[in-house]
Design a protein around this ligand. Sequence first.
Ligand code: SF4
Length: 340
Amino acid sequence: MTLSELKEVTAKGKMPSFVATQIAKWLYDKKVTSFDEMINISKKNREWLSEGYCIGREAPCSHTRSSDGTVKYLFATGNGNTVESVYIPDHDRATLCVSSQVGCKMNCYFCATGRQGFKANLTAAQIMNQILSIPPAPAPGATPMTPLTNIVFMGMGEPLDNLEEVLKVIEILTAPWGMAWSPKRITVSTVGKLPQLKDLLDKTQVHVAVSVHTADPRQRESMMPAQKPFPIQSVMRLLEGYDFSHQRRLSLEYIMWRGVNDDIAHADMLVKLIGKNDCRVNLIRYHAIPGIDLYPCSEERMLMFRNRLNDKGITATIRASRGEDIMAACGMLANTRGNK
Ligand code: SF4
């Protein structure tokens, strides 16, 4: 819950409104898992709270560890559904890739999640639970996990298709009464769902990552049905109206497929699409998914593509791939238990 939602609860329980701030501190700063731990709240009020509400913290039902340190967690979300979150440690940083929906409506051809279809939106509580319930303490004798430094909404689902709940999570993460993170630690990835993208840009300062994958509109429509209602050309024109030259970053995600979108002509189309936008391009190695006739392109090809973008003045990097051995890399998330 956000602070204003907590205030509605305390008003209902006839408590002074400062109790809402105390509850927020217990939930998001101290990260307690029961009302009993909220010791500066009267016993009577704690009892009233526990009769009508729950903290909503649920440990992951399983996890799988990659040889590169990446850990994929499976969370139950009710009705037999599950979602995955991926913890990616990198020296003194650790990023959690969170899911915002069970399945996804966008139906991108290359994506394991899209192939599952849409099951449900996650609530803000279910998204927050992924962030708060990653096991904080290591098993005895194990190396301590690096605390989370970044959150990326790049797991299962299209975050802008569940914007109301995602905005609540961003508020909780960044508000002084919440976790007080800088918005620079948060990235929301999208296929470019309009007009929700404008809402996100206007209401928050988080970084934005747009999944482009090809600048050819017809080819994009064949791979990403979202191109039809939300053409990437319109998305880029909208983004031109925002400042990404200082604190806020815009990145374009580009998965590279052999013989599909990996030649000079595609690089030049991408340059044209970017136009005046201040952004960086992340070139992503494709991870083969059973049943999908797309294949990764060679390292040489990726370097050639990157160099072409660099020569045209665009910052482009080849993103290091993590968690491929546990099906946790980009586009591979599709819970292994199967949703109803
Ligand atoms: S790539 Fe993202 S938007 Fe497309 S189907 Fe997969 S989860 Fe949905």
